[in-house]
Design a protein around this ligand. Sequence first.
Ligand SMILES: [Zn+2]
Ligand SMILES: [Zn+2]
Ligand SMILES: [Zn+2]
Length: 483
Amino acid sequence: MPLKIETLTLNDSVEQYVNKSIVPEAQQICDDVVLLWKEEPSTEDLEIDGLFERIILRHPEWRITQHTLLHTLTKHNLYATDEAELETYCSQVELPNVSEVLKDLGLPKNIELRAAGNGRGRGLFAKHEIQQGELISAESMPLVTIPPIEKLTLMQAGKVCSLCGNSLGHSDHFIMMNGLDCNGCRSVWCNRNCKKRDLTHAALKHVKARNQAISGSGWAKFEKFCMDNVFVAAYSVGIIYASSLVGKDDILKRFAPLAQVSQRLRNRVSDSTNVGGTFDASSGAVGTSDPEPIWERAYELFKEAFPKSAEIDLDKFLIYVGKFNLNQVAGQIYPLYAFINHDCEPNVRYEIDDKLRLKVYARKIIKAGDELFTTYVNPLHGVKLRRRELRVNWGFLCQCNRCNKELSQRTVKMRAAQFSLPSHSFADQSRRRSSMRNARPDLTDLLKNGQEFDLEIPDNVGISHRRRTSVRFDNNVTVAVEE
Ligand SMILES: [Zn+2]
Ligand SMILES: [Zn+2]
Ligand SMILES: [Zn+2]
C-alpha cells in the first residue's frame, strides 16, 4: 500500500494565535514576568534567553523579540546583569530633624535614637543588653486612628464601627442605650473608646460642622475619590491632616520628623502595576501607567476639603503620600516604631492588638550598642522577591547578612545546575522531600524563639536539572498515512 508523508498540527490553537497575534504593551510584559516570578520563584534566576523562552510559552500570541523583552525589563528595573544598575532612591530619602519631638516619642530608657551609618539614616539602639522575649517598647495608640477605607460604605450606613471598622456585635437597643450612635448622622461606634478617639468625626462627616478649615462636602468628595482609586495613602494623609486641625496634640509635629520622599520618586522605581506587582497598593493609581492625573485630582479635592491649607502644594502633598507609605505599618503610623530599620533576619518582632496597641519584643538577645531591626517584608519570601519589595517600596537594595548569604548560595546552585548532576533515586527524592517538609519552619515560632533561621527552600530538590528545563511540545508531528 503506498504511503504518503503528512505533517499534522497537534496544537489546534496555534493557528488561532497566529491570526490573533498581538504586540504586548510594556506594562503587560512587566506584569506577566512578575506574575511568573511569583508563581515560580526559581524563574527569577533565569537569564534573558531562558526568560524569553518561558514568556513565549505562556503567550504564544505575543509578537515580541528577546531584544524587546530585555529592553522593556531593563527600563522597568526588572532585569539587570549588574544589580548596581537597578534604580534605588534611599539616597534621596530626607530625614527631617527629630530633636523637637524627641521627648514626645516615648523612647524607652533602654533605647536610644541615633545615626545608623551605612546609608541607613537613623535607627534605634539598645543601651543595655536586652533579653530574648523582653518587651522593648509599647505604643498605646497610632499617631491617629486611620479607619479602613474599604469599609467606608458600611461605616456610612452605620453597619460597622465608624472608627475601627469592626462589626458591632450589639443590638440597636444596646447601641442607643449606651450612646454609641451619633446625633448628627447614621454613624455608630463599637465602644466608648472608639467614639472618644474619633476626633475628626463631626468636622469631616457633618456637613454643617462649624470648622472653617474643613469642608464636610469637600471631604465627602475627597474620600469617595480615594476609595474609588484605592488611594489609601492620600486618604490617610487626609485623616492625619484633619486630625491636626481638630485635635489638641500637634499631630503634624509628630508626623514631621519621620523619613520622607516624594511619591513621584517612589513611583519611578515601581516595576509593575497590578497582578503580582511589588509596589504598595496604597500608592493609588495602581493599574495606570501614568498616575499623575489621579494625584492631581486627589490634590484638588484635598484642597476643597481643607480650604485653608495654603501651605500644602502638590509637591508637599506627594511628599506626605510618600512619607505615609514609607512609614506605615498595617495602615497606621506609629511614630516610635517608624524609626526601626529593616533586616531580613530581624532581632525584634512586633504585635498589634485589636485596640491598635503596638508592642515590640526582642526575638533574641540584643547586646548593648546593637541596633534594633524589624522586617518590612514577609521573611518567608525568597531573597529575590524580598529585595525587590524593599527596593521598590523603601528604595534600597538590601545588603543584610541573610540576603548576601542566600544570594551567594543561589549563585552556587545556579552554577551547579548548569552541569549535569547525577540523578537521584526515587527513594532518595521522597526522603529529601519529606525531610524538607519537616524542616520547613513555622514563622510564629521562629519569630518568638529567636533562633537563626534559613527559610530558603531549595528550588532544586533532587531534580534541579530537570525542573529547570521547560517542557516543550513540538506543535507539529510528521506521520506516514495510507493513501
Ligand atoms: Zn470601633
Ligand atoms: Zn456623625
Ligand atoms: Zn535582606
